[in-house]
Design a protein around this ligand. Structure first.
Ligand SMILES: Nc1ncnc2c1ncn2[C@@H]1O[C@H](COP(=O)(O)OP(=O)(O)OP(=O)(O)O)[C@@H](O)[C@H]1O
Ligand SMILES: [Mg+2]
Length: 339
């Protein structure tokens, strides 16, 4: 039997700038420093002290981080390290140089443009690739890990400058769910994107993520979230009951094939939905490449450059996100400008 040898070395991170403040904590652009000026750009999420100090949260969060640590896929934001400093947990991740899907959607609204339906379908097809991998991930003994994302929404989908799409925050919704579901206080996930079974507090499976993909796809096609109400309760109610309309009457270039995919994704009864991310991926690819010529990462990258640089960039202000070398405004400012 071979011996395990240990190599120990403390890792030094230098926080460069705050990128954003999310519900869980602050996200920084940072450098991981090594010997002889080795330096690697990373993103660090520092978990809010109020969460870090709850033992139950710590246990769930660390437990989930362990489960997702080995998710390594081009369509998933990779976790590199979980650390603790001054009693605050921090998570070191792959740094994504680009925009969130949320920003991508707002930029279209800001410019009064529609997202091309094929780009929307392409983005979801790449998310499906990441989901298919994560849903089927097993541990080293071949035991399925049963990973479900549970919080698919446009803020957890990132588009890199080279056109790659990445899903972030695997495991985090579950950590929250484990902490709260006994009291029934919190349902993980943003209410206007959750599946009917999550809204009903039933146990979710991979098909729940597919419903959320349908909500995000429909939002890109319509330009707004069909299920969003004035309050979280209303959004949940809409997820459960709002009657569907023929979405082609809202978006006239939504063709039959993509419309059928969206309707299948948004089936409230999960047995009528696509049954796996792989099935959905296959259908989306059939649709995207039906003429043997369809979107690719490179085409999306060109589209992003046109959208964010040539298409008159956001008004300048606030935080500098290294993307394409242009500063962008914060969500709140942008939302104000659109309304
Ligand atoms: N790996 C990353 N690389 C670059 N930017 C990131 C990365 N992860 C997150 N961000 C940025 O930080 C923002 C906040 O992320 P965070 O996950 O903390 O909050 P959120 O997704 O907006 O909300 P929630 O707390 O519900 O997840 C994101 O919207 C994105 O702009
Ligand atoms: Mg997030």
């Amino acid at each position: 039997m071979t011996h395990c040898r240990n190599l120990e070395s403390s890792i030094h991170y230098q926080l460069l700038e705050k990128i954003a403040e999310g519900g869980m904590g602050e996200v920084y652009r940072a450098r991981q420093l090594g010997v002889d000026n080795f330096s690697k750009l990373v993103a660090i999420k520092i978990i809010r002290e109020e969460y870090s100090s709850i033992p139950e949260f710590r246990a769930n969060f660390v437990g989930e981080a362990r489960v997702v640590a080995d998710l390594i896929h081009t369509n998933i934001v990779q976790t590199y390290h979980l650390g603790i400093f001054d009693n605050q947990y921090f998570m070191v991740m792959e740094y994504v140089d680009g925009f969130t899907l949320d920003e991508f959607i707002y930029q279209h609204q800001f410019l009064g443009r529609q997202i091309p339906v094929e780009i929307a379908a392409f983005i979801i097809s790449r998310i499906c690739r990441g989901l298919d991998y994560a849903h089927n991930k097993s541990n080293s003994n071949g035991k399925p890990l049963g990973i479900v994302h549970r919080d698919i929404n446009p803020r957890n989908i990132m588009i890199c400058r080279e056109g790659n799409i990445k899903l972030s925050d695997f495991g985090i919704a579950k950590a929250f769910d484990l902490m709260y579901n006994e009291e029934g206080e919190v349902i993980p996930g943003m209410d206007e994107y959750i599946s009917p079974e999550a809204a009903n507090r039933e146990i979710t499976d991979p098909r729940s993520d597919l419903f959320s993909c349908g909500v995000v796809l429909l939002e890109m096609v319509l330009g707004y979230n069909f299920f969003e109400g004035d309050t979280p309760e209303e959004s949940r109610e809409n997820i459960l009951k709002k009657p569907y309309v023929d979405f082609r009457s809202i978006r006239d270039d939504l063709d039959e094939d993509l419309y059928t995919i969206i309707r299948a994704l948004l089936q409230r009864e999960r047995k009528w939905r696509f049954q796996s991310a792989k099935d959905l991926l296959m259908e989306l690819e059939k649709y995207l490449y039906r003429d043997r010529f369809g979107p690719t990462n490179e085409k999306l990258s060109d589209y992003m450059i046109e959208l964010f640089i040539n298409g008159s960039a956001f008004p300048r202000e606030s935080e500098q996100r290294g993307s394409f070398g242009i500063p962008i405004t914060s969500h709140d400012n942008l939302k104000e400008m659109i309304s």
